[in-house]
Write a new protein. Sequence first.
Length: 220
Amino acid sequence: MTGKLIATKLKHKLLATNVKRKDLVPGRHYAGTTLYLNVRKNGTRAWEYVYRDRVTGKLRYMGLGGPDALSLAEAREAVRVLRKGLQAGTDPIEAKREAAQAAKLERAKARTFEQCRDAYIAAHVASWRNAKHGQQWTNSLGTHAAKLLPLPVQAIDTDLVLGVLEPIWTERRERRPACGSGSRPSWIGQQPEATGRGRTPPAGAATLRTYCRWRARLGR
């Protein structure tokens, strides 16, 4: 991001009484050490912490929020904390990005099996030739995996998965046991929404697929 820096000398530092002045020209107005008020052409305003990347030497601009949410004193205190972290080797923008990724992962871990089932069906129903397949997935998993539906996916282990599949295998005793509904928990377990980190399935899902294949080969 680039932008014109206005009134960069300390004697022209922005005062609290001037923050909401309507006649401030577009650009970045100096409000304290490494703190600027960015006045955009559309009239919106936001505090920014401006610092140099310690690797590239380029200026970086970190938004802190608008003057309505953050007073000048609060913005200066926020910058003081960020500047201290930067001196200790923590890039504030990268730290913010990592924190957002960690929060996203935690939200993904908290998703229930039912939520992942619905997300998987919604993502794939358009590619299925038979429009009934979506309802079949919903019905079969609702019947055979009812105990798993309210559980967070990350809490579903091998024993829980096998506890759902064993009754199906016992009942059918076919060459490819549970090839329909029994394989569906596995596919759902692979989805990014379930794992929060791409397509790597949890241990239970991987064991389920392997167990399914070997039982089929053995004719059990």
